[in-house]
Design a protein around this ligand. Sequence first.
Ligand SMILES: [Zn+2]
Length: 413
Amino acid sequence: MLLDKYSFGIGDRFAMQGEAQLRALMRASKAIGTDIAPVWNKSNREHIIVGSTPAAVLREAEEAVKALGYGGQWFTDADHINMSNVDKFIEDSNFFTIDVADFIGKRETEDEIEAFTERSLKLADELYLPVEIDEPYLRQLGANYLYAIREAARIYHHIEQSKGRGQFVAEVSMDEAAECQLPDDLIFILHELAREGVGLQTIAPRFHGSFHKGVDYVGDLGVFAKQFEEYMEALNLAVEHFGLPEGIKLSIHSGSDKFSLYPIIGSIARRHGRGFHIKTAGTTWLEEVLGLAMTDDAEAIRLVKFIYSEALERCDELCLPYSTVIDINRQNLPGASEVNAWSGRQFASALRHIPDSPQYNPDMRQLVHVAYKIAAENSDRYLAALKRNAATVGQQVEENIYERHLRRLFDLP
Ligand SMILES: [Zn+2]
């Protein structure tokens, strides 16, 4: 089972926007003349907060595919799994994001680190890598990563035992690590993964800069572009020398809303003939809230304002599971009484991610991003509002993915 060159991680908290998201991808696929495979992803964290199951994600995907007569490849992603929770995803998933960030920094035995260092030095020699890649660098890399690599292999082989060889797509993710993995690091990490028999098709490193949920990239675009180019070279080595799949690519997590990066990612990948996997999901929930605010449905507008005022009160609790991936300046959050006086459209304009719009409030957007727990607690009311306003909300979801994401990534007119 080979992942398409281009794939796009979609998903939604409440499994209501499958069709709208798929429509956006089908439109873009048609425009570029190449399939962009939809990957329905939902992390264990989301399942727990919403009370959903991997089977429901599969059902949502199947229904959307059927309704739109979609004939390309599609996947359901066991997103950010580890050994403790992978089993509940095995049956209904065919894409596994093996997250080993928590194992980075755990040390293998000194003997193992020593053996890694020797192997890697030899490899650096064979590949004519620069002299900076010396023994102390490799020893440190082994101390930091060898354990996490072995853990990825344990999980991969565990999945392989149930699903069968070649019957699933594997991604290894390190994006929620405390430190970046530089392109040089990636060479040795990929070499070691290949050595452990992990047939990964995509890898999510932690890149330079900040990838906060729901907002644009914060970091130096020039540094990102240079490194992204070097990551491509690391992938080329992995294909040529380590026997990893030809189409191996990079995954960009928290990939929604990274508007300033899309032209860079798109053009460098195209130049190298490589694809990419962009993982989004939370952005669709934001579009639902925004879409409800845009309606003339007074109850729907009351509901989104209620979600915001609750979120303000429970800010600490809601932000906690996302502490590494959001950055809210609470000084910039409007008070509940202020927001209650707004029109629905004003509320929508504050949330809508148009970076140069004076109404746009990124701090409010990030808070609402993590506030889906409140909608889940009031799911009868929330789902009823979505059903009453399915057309308006669906249009927001589709437009967001197509116009603001895919158009920039694929340089569409
Ligand atoms: Zn991630």
